[in-house]
Design a protein around this ligand. Structure first.
Ligand code: FAD
Length: 496
């Protein structure tokens, strides 16, 4: 039996956090959205430590934040690092600034099977349609334009679906990213490999840091130690490329040998047992995960999340980049479909903002991998960049948390929102001041103009999520660029 022509406004390939966030945002604008997902949900995924900007920014805009709050994920108040020249662990808290009341100064450590499922179900609730066990194999084209996708269903039958926009949110293993043009460029600096598994009965950091990510550098690389539930811990060794032989052969033996090299992780796992059954039963290896596609869009096709780029996991930026790029692309699609701005302008804005955000993490991470300095040097560098009156530790936290902490003051209801608005303005002007040192030179840690813009944009996203129209008029991020609508869902032409 032949099927009729299938047509949607938007087809999203992949139902991970990038795909489901985009689908929810575009469906909320009344567009017909189809998500095509290869697996059956819930399904396993790595990337369990989140940032406040995802939870309190983008997830608030889609309306899923309350569901996440009710899901019982481990609150993550910050990070604990045995990192750099100091032999002792040091801790940062998202709420380190005394000005922040703390209601949004946390993220979550999540079991991705649950987190991704909540986001996907939410997208469906917002109006998106989803099909599982369908694998997208290629795009359909009409001249230069992508006009849909070809996919194979669980029975091996081939289908075509047409759309005005195709969003590739199919992650690291994307089959479509080449079809956008350009190439996938792998980082020469971040070339590590990761070997990871799950343990029951691992120790916890003392309260109030028991939900923190613990990151421990050792001779061959570093470990992550993420408390997913009171009993379950995600443990991964990230080893430098020159030590790749250490994760060859039997993975069980390799992981145990690496744990042996790292006394702090060994102590934390001294009473623990490795999980050997279910979704967490297998040891997994990932490599070649730091890259970016040289082009992020062409007419009718856009890449978001890991399909477009990813960089080293030490600051847990993956889900943040996936959901933030989803927001940017959703604005571009909705504005273009509504005829508010041209497609070219909308997607140029998407790509510029996305590349800048990726660049900020990339540049900062490069400086963070200097192991010959202690944490005071990282903090000092951060204070030099931000040039604020806070302590060096607070300055560091403001950088690694994006804008998650310092523009919020949520200890009351309406009055707090107004206070936040004025704090946000103060914060943005403080960021403005930081772009040069006293002599007017660009600050050295990383491209300060990019940091300034990223922090301003993050401030806007989070403030808009709380304040909506009360935030006041937006300003373009780039000369001649676009601004966001009051509700943050669309682009608009900048002031003439
Ligand atoms: P994904 O989560 O990969 O989702 C893509 C979806 O597309 C999947 O469901 C897949 O089944 C589907 N799909 C794939 N191909 C097809 C197809 N052909 N047709 C249909 N569907 C398809 N990030 C963090 O935020 N915190 C961390 O602590 C963290 N740790 C990490 C550790 C390591 C070692 C690595 C490698 C990454 C880590 N990340 C972390 C990054 C994180 O895993 C990703 O950035 C994030 O999952 C990207 O989300 P996404 O929606 O782009 O893609």
């Amino acid at each position: 039996m032949s099927e009729g022509r299938q047509e949607y406004d938007v087809v999203v390939v992949g139902g991970g956090p990038g795909g489901s966030t985009l689908a929810a945002l575009v469906a909320m604008r009344g567009h017909r959205v189809l998500i095509l997902e290869k697996e059956t949900f819930p399904r396993y995924q790595i990337g369990e430590s989140l940032l406040p900007s995802t939870i309190h920014g983008v997830c608030r805009m889609t309306g899923v934040a309350e569901k996440l709050a009710a899901a019982g994920f481990t609150p993550k108040k910050g990070g604990t690092f045995r990192w750099g020249a100091n032999a002792e662990p040091w801790t940062f808290s998202f709420s380190v600034s005394p000005k922040i009341a703390g209601a949004t100064s946390h993220a979550y450590q999540v079991e991705r099977s649950k987190f991704d499922n909540i986001l996907l179900e939410h997208a469906v609730e917002k109006g998106a349609e989803v099909r599982f066990r369908v694998s997208v194999t290629d795009v359909l084209e009409d001249g230069d334009r992508v006009t849909g996708v070809r996919y194979t269903d669980a029975d091996g039958a081939e289908h075509e679906v047409h759309a005005r926009y195709v969003v590739d949110a199919s992650g690291n293993g994307s089959r479509l990213h080449k079809r956008v043009g350009g190439t996938r460029e792998y980082s020469q600096f971040f070339r590590s490999l990761a070997l990871f598994g799950y343990f029951e009965g691992g120790k916890r950091l003392p309260a109030p840091n028991s939900g923190n990510i613990l990151s421990v550098a050792f001779e061959s690389g570093w470990f992550w130690y993420i408390p997913l539930t009171p009993d379950l811990t995600s443990v991964g060794a990230v080893v430098r490329r020159e030590n790749a032989d250490k994760i060859q052969g039997d993975p069980e033996r390799a992981l145990l040998a690496l744990i042996d090299e790292c006394p702090l992780i060994k102590e934390y796992l001294s009473d623990a047992t490795r999980v050997t059954e279910g979704q967490y039963g297998q040891l997994r290896v990932r490599k070649d995960y730091s890259y970016h596609q040289t082009t992020f869009w062409r007419p009718g096709l856009v890449l978001i999340g890991d399909a477009a780029c990813f960089v080293d996991p030490v600051f847990s930026s993956g889900v943040h980049l996936a959901t933030y790029s989803a927001l940017l692309a959703a604005r571009s699609i909705s504005s273009s479909l509504a005829g508010i701005v041209s497609e070219e302008a909308a997607f140029t804005e998407f790509e510029a903002r996305y590349r800048r955000e990726y660049g900020v993490f990339y540049e900062f991470l490069m400086s963070f991998y200097d192991m010959h300095v202690d944490e005071n040097s990282y903090f000092w560098s951060a204070k030099k960049v931000t040039r604020n009156q806070h302590t060096e530790l607070e300055s560091f936290v403001e950088l690694v948390a994006g804008v998650s902490s310092s523009e919020f003051d949520l200890d009351g209801a309406e009055s707090a929102a107004l206070r936040m608005k004025s704090k946000s303005a103060e914060f943005v002007s403080a960021i403005d001041e930081m772009s040069a040192d006293a002599e007017g030179n660009m600050t050295p840690l990383f491209r300060s103009s990019a940091v300034r813009q990223a922090m301003q944009e993050g401030a806007q996203v989070q403030s808009r999520a709380f304040l909506g129209e009360d935030l006041g008029p937006d300003v373009p991020m780039f000369p001649g660029g676009l601004i966001t609508s009051d509700d943050g869902m669309l682009w608009q032409p900048g002031p003439a």
